[in-house]
Design a protein around this ligand. Sequence first.
Ligand code: MRU
Length: 377
Amino acid sequence: MLQAIRYNQGSLEILDQLQLPFVEKYIPIQTTEDAWHAIKDMKVRGAPAIAIVAMLSLAVELHTLSAAGKVPESPEETQALIISKLNYLVTSRPTAVNLSDAARKLEALVISQSKEAGATGLGVVAAFNQAAEHMLGKDLEDNQRIGHHGAEWIKANATKTGDVAVLTHCNTGSLATSGYGTALGVIRSLSSMNVLRRAYCTETRPYNQGSRLTAFELVHDNIPATLITDSMAAALLADKSVGVNAIVVGADRVAANGDTANKIGTYGLAVLAKYHGVKFLVAAPLTTIDLATKSGSDIPIEQRAASEVTSIKGPRDGANNADGVVLETVRIAAPGIGVWNPAFDITPAALIDGVITEVGVVEKGPDGEFNMATVFN
Ligand code: MRU
């Protein structure tokens, strides 16, 4: 299976997603600064993956400090050190709640750990590292459950002919998580149940997570798949010979009422799905559900550099070397044009048929509303 994150105690490496699909190169993450820059520059991206890499980077940094005898003896000082690093890590990207969710959970853990009778700085570090390491395996298990629940729901609710064609957006696979993926995990599960006729993936401009990363994963797994540009989605849904049965996407944050922040372009796909009577599903672990955020209008949307829209990046011919691929930036927009580049949009809950989680698929209640709190009961 593709692995975006490789971790052993004291050592963390990520597959550099800027170099995919041209070169598979792992780069070391030794400090929280390394992780902050890798997340900001999107060497690693995807809501669960950035949370896990951030927490494991701190685990590695603390491991290094422990080996050098530099962890403060006082549990309170160690707690303060960890919390300041967590606060720094959450500033890397604002929209995916998984990162701040992980940071706040581990903050609560170190606070309670440092209050234990006989607590030591090293004890606080050990508790933090164990919890950060646990996230990696837990995410993989959750994704496999999401895949199963989503595939069963689609089989029961969106299949007329015995097999399905599914459209997805962005990259929500092994590269965006600790493995298997969320929406792409659902596609993997449909494929392993032999009910997937074909997966369609959007290019996902401007950063091309679809054409570079999802296409790479689908080819890697031998899943029958077709790439489209974002602007082809309406025509694809209108084409009866294709017969798309469902659109499945991931999420960066699901508000308490089901409004969902996900990669820019998701909202448009949900509008198209409604018009064409195609099921529209969001696949996300519980760590992406944010009950503290009441609705989509409260979700912060990351704005990214204009250069992502005005240029494209690709490998310079014959320029790969031991350090990886040499990427060339080519300007494609008229000089002087203004640019708007929100990385995410909000899909209103009204357009969503179900939210697939590791504990099952949440559907709207009799009042026509989602109550996301039910998944935590
Ligand atoms: O900007 P990105 O590539 O981090 O955006 C990723 C997405 O929008 C994904 O759909 C989302 O994080 C879910 S990944 C399982």
